[in-house]
Design a protein around this ligand. Sequence first.
Ligand SMILES: [Zn+2]
Length: 79
Amino acid sequence: MIRMQLPWLVFTALFIFLTGILIVWIGYEIAHRRRVAERHRHWIRCRVCSFHFQADPTDKLPACPQCGAQNEHIPAPLI
Ligand SMILES: [Zn+2]
């Protein structure tokens, strides 16, 4: 049997509880960022007018629907 004083017992229980919450929080945040990145993988930001649009991944130089400029497949940065 482990003998502990009450303040250390409370501290240990609180530490384990908060560590569990932190681990779940970090795991959720990583999964959320992966979902958002996957959802915006085919979105492109026009280099001329900064318009965000979804492009066909097989199209080498997709044209911007706003200004007609051709853009490379560089994913738009997540805001
Ligand atoms: Zn444009």
